[in-house]
Design a protein around this ligand. Structure first.
Ligand code: HEC
Ligand code: HEC
Length: 475
């Protein structure tokens, strides 16, 4: 049965709180103007940092509304959009707001990216590093993403219909595992048929804790693990992603996003405001977000641009504050109740070859986010590089420097939290599209450069496998 997923109810107390916080922010903003420290990308002092993170958290959780509205602060949503706030897709990240900031709702489980397949093929054929990053070629009518919601008076583009197909797998010792994969379709496409060469890529919102640690890792450290031509012959290449850093105006190593196609947290935030919520900012000037020229009513709708925000719906200052908030979220720590599994598990992790991509110590010994006062040993479990994971995981979309089969190794820190989220129905599962309901399923999907590692995993004797999974479940 197709599952139709939407997101609607909001906690009234949270909404009232967020609007109060936004009003305070607006007063401070108009009184003092942009802070020089944040503008220059420098370090704010501890107390102003905490205040900024608080305000940034309020913007992150605020439900944006359609323009025009008497409140100039948070209008301009849509006309087409996927969610009204960052927190609707990335919930549970707003712990700084206390109990009031906890969303009472299930997160939006995924978005549907759309891009013409042809560019994916071109990319796949050339593995070299000499080609510049590509922006996926969007669907001419629907744009780069299917917006399944719209403000009053406009029609949502359609709904994401997911049907799960099942495949049986047998492990070395005969144990059967049922894997599932999504069959995705756009139901009731309102603006006509999608272009026939369009690939659809279901993407789940990744967790956002610890991103200041990810942002701080030295480029040279990431590059030291890259082996694009597999010179060491271990079957694992690892290519860095590159993208334009939109503020600095130059191409840099890209470490964010499922395909390592985003250079900075500011760029990701601006992109999310535009693509997911239909909000403009200085380098994404369209108030209508992802609406295409073929969606004329959407393109010509009134927007929420405001002089106080530099003529856009979201100001650079607001983007800075959201980034300060994101950087304040500490890195997740191992749940700590798996002492027995721990030492053997770590050895197995190395022996099975997992650590070749899920690098344990890329971040070194780091402070786990600015709010933490104790220095902690943060373990990332990622090389932040792109790997060909085989056809089974491929989406056929070339993005940044990634081909249609490449994905950035996701950090495994906080895996225990994700398993808890799956158990509570807050997320559907692991991997870029949420297809894996367990760690075991996630590993069994590893193809391409991950295939050898997967085969070692499936040869494990049952007690070894149990120990290994217990170790991973504690991360
Ligand atoms: C409609 C759902 C949705 C909304 C709303 C949304 N996001 Fe996301 N976010 C996603 C998805 C899906 C991804 C993964 C995209 C990809 O890489 O393909 C993502 C990725 C990210 C990442 C990259 C994380 C990493 O580890 O690389 C950051 C940071 C982020 N979002 C922040 C935000 C902020 C800030 C907002 C609000 C301005 C926001 N998001 C709004 C769905 C959403
Ligand atoms: C060749 C590099 C590589 C190797 C080797 C590898 N992985 Fe991965 N792993 C990835 C990539 C890339 C993804 C993301 C794939 C996707 O989302 O489609 C991933 C995803 C995962 C996920 C899901 C994480 C999440 O939050 O969604 C888990 C769990 C995981 N790997 C565990 C392992 C284990 C355990 C091993 C060893 C048996 C291993 N991996 C070996 C690259 C690798």
């Amino acid at each position: 049965m197709p599952v139709q997923l939407g997101h609607d109810c909001f906690d009234v107390r949270r909404r009232a709180f967020v609007f109060a916080a936004l009003a305070v922010f607006f007063l401070i903003w108009t009184a003092s103007g942009p802070s020089d420290a944040a503008q220059a990308g420098g370090q704010p002092s501890a107390s102003s940092g905490a205040a900024e993170a608080f305000i940034g958290g309020a913007i992150y959780s605020a439900d944006w509304i359609a323009a025009p509205n008497v409140s100039d602060g948070a209008d301009g949503l849509g006309p087409l959009f996927n969610a009204t706030s960052c927190a609707a897709c990335h919930p549970g990240q707003d712990a700084s707001l206390g109990a009031l900031g906890r969303p009472a709702v299930q997160a939006v489980p995924h978005v549907l990216r759309l891009a013409r397949r042809s560019s994916g093929v071109r990319r796949q054929q050339s593995v070299g590093l000499d080609l510049p990053p590509v922006t996926p070629d969007p669907d001419p009518r629907y744009g780069a993403q299917l917006q399944d919601r719209a403000i009053p008076g406009h029609a949502a583009e359609g709904q994401i219909a997911v049907r799960w197909a099942y495949v049986k797998w047998r492990l070395g010792d005969g144990t059967e595992v049922n894997l599932r994969l999504p069959r995705v379709r756009v139901s009731s496409p309102v603006y006509g048929p999608l272009s026939p060469d369009v690939a659809m890529s279901l993407r789940r919102p990744p967790p956002l804790e610890g991103l200041s640690v990810v942002a701080a890792i030295d480029e040279s450290r990431i590059l030291s693990n890259a082996d694009p031509e597999d010179r060491d012959g271990d079957g694992i290449s690892g290519r860095p992603g590159y993208a334009l850093d939109e503020r600095r105006g130059k191409q840099v190593l890209a470490r964010f996003g499922w395909k390592a196609s985003v250079a900075s947290l500011a760029d990701q935030t601006a992109a999310a405001f535009s693509l997911d919520m239909g909000l403009s900012s200085v380098r994404r000037g369209l108030g209508s977000g992802d609406c295409t020229p073929l969606q004329a009513a959407c393109r010509s709708a009134v927007d929420g641009a405001s002089a106080a925000k530099g003529g856009f719906e979201v100001s650079e200052r607001e983007i800075d504050l959201v980034v300060v908030y994101l950087e304040s979220l500490p890195a997740p720590m191992p749940s700590g109740d798996t002492k027995v599994a721990e030492s053997r598990g770590a050895t197995q992790f190395a022996q099975l070859g997992c650590a070749a991509c899920h690098r344990i110590d890329l971040s070194g010994t780091t402070q786990g986010g600015v709010r933490s006062e104790v220095s902690r040993d943060v373990r990332l479990f990622s090389d932040l590089l792109l790997h060909d994971m085989g056809l089974g995981l491929g989406d056929g979309i070339a993005e940044g420097t990634a081909s249609g089969r490449e994905w950035r190794t996701p950090p495994l820190w906080g895996l225990s939290l994700r398993l808890e989220d799956i158990a509570r129905g807050r997320i559907q599962g692991l991997l870029h599209d949420g297809r894996a309901r367990t760690i075991e399923e996630a590993v069994l999907w590893h193809g391409g450069e991950g295939a050898a590692s997967r085969e070692r995993f499936w040869q494990l004797a049952a007690p070894d496998r149990a120990n290994f999974l217990a170790y991973l479940s504690g991360l």
